[in-house]
Design a protein around this ligand. Structure first.
Ligand code: RP5
Length: 169
């Protein structure tokens, strides 16, 4: 049987890594294989192309790309591969990630890039979105996602019950 697809997590700089740890935590928790690669659309364009081409051949099922400032990494990767690409805009400068958000999300027709929220919340959701994409072909993974959502819902309902008690007249 062929190996399960892995997720490639790319980032423009090692300065993005502390935020992108949130993506890696989600992938780890869900038992998804991943690779991490520091590569930049602007600083190392040839290495980015080589890595993406090779990762696709080796069975990458989804790319997650984090970049800040004039963030072109996710778009550049989308231009190279037909695998799904998720962009995570980083808050790396004086515009607090709005620059990266718009650079990532405003792709021309035909070259889509799924774009999540700026920073840590987006990094976490990138992991979940990649899991949902791979879950289409992996019923066990889809089940793990369902189970986690059910656990989260239960935890919120428990909290609500405590709050109700606290404010009962
Ligand atoms: C982007 O520029 C990187 O993704 C990072 O978010 C930002 C700053 O990079 P460094 O100057 O910290 O390497 O390309």
């Amino acid at each position: 049987m062929a190996e399960k697809p892995f997720v490639a997590v790319l980032m423009g700089s090692d300065s993005d890594l502390p935020v992108m740890e949130s993506t890696l935590e989600v992938l780890k928790k869900l038992g998804i294989a991943y690779e991490v690669k520091i590569t930049s659309a602007h600083r190392t364009p040839a290495a980015t192309r080589d890595y993406v081409t090779d990762a696709e051949k080796r069975g990458c099922g989804t790319f997650i790309c984090a970049a800040g400032l004039a963030a072109h990494l996710a778009g550049a990767v989308s231009a190279i591969t037909v695998r799904p690409v998720i962009g995570v805009p980083m808050d790396a400068g004086p515009l607090q990630g709005m620059d990266a958000l718009l650079s990532t999300v405003q792709m021309p027709g035909g070259i889509p890039t799924a774009t999540v929220a700026i920073g840590k919340a987006g990094a976490k959701n990138a992991g979940y979105l990649a899991a949902q994409i791979l879950g289409v072909g992996d019923p066990d993974l889809a089940e793990r996602l369902r189970a986690e959502r059910a656990e989260n819902a239960e935890a919120i309902q428990k909290k609500d019950a405590e709050v109700q008690k606290q404010f009962a007249g």
